[in-house]
Design a protein around this ligand. Sequence first.
Ligand code: PGA
Length: 251
Amino acid sequence: MRRPVIAGNWKMYKTRDEALAFIYAVNQLVPDLERVESVICAPAIFLRDLVKREGENLRIGAQTMHDLDEGAYTGEISAVMLKSYGVDYVIIGHSERRAYYNETDESVNKKIIKAIQSELTPIVCVGESLDIREQKKTNGFVKAQVLKAYENVTDIDALKTIIAYEPIWAIGTGKTATPDMANDTIKAIRAVLAEKYDEQTANKVRILYGGSVKPANIDSLLAESDIDGALVGGASLDPDSFLTLVKAAIK
Ligand code: PGA
């Protein structure tokens, strides 16, 4: 069985006071980690404050990282730095990073390898634009993204990763892929893993859906055979909403 994951992606939201209020509100209420992995991926500046206060069942992640351990890269943060602060997860290749910060399939690949070496769990984002969806080229596009992302990643290491399928047209737009649509593409991603590795590996890797996930639609998404959780932006900012989502994952 694949343990569900609900990962909040706060993006560039909240002040320090708001971040602290959130963790105090949810910390004691998130369900047992054995039943669902509840993760908050926060702006880097809040990571230390959040890790210091994380309860037994909550985990903290970063939203991006550099692929090198150190160097003259003003403004960047490395995987070893994140690890040294007790961070456990990192989002890699979010579509906003790809669109605004020149993240490419190649850089995503390097970062996945570095994250695994540094014992961070990468949440690897893939997903198509509306144009690609309308041309009915989604599965081929996402397949290419996954193959490039996992180049030189062994089957053992692939099991240490989480994939998030996030159609770009569904992110922050209020338009969710239908559960069927999301499940179809996630199955296609699993087929790519089966082809590259084997069935067993493909059946063990957790694959999340992301894009306008909310308390109102989480149940129908998680009812699908291959959707193992969600990467959630807007609806992860409010403690009650986040708790509703993580609780939905253990039903
Ligand atoms: P959203 O964002 O839930 O606000 O659509 C999802 C994401 O970008 O990960």
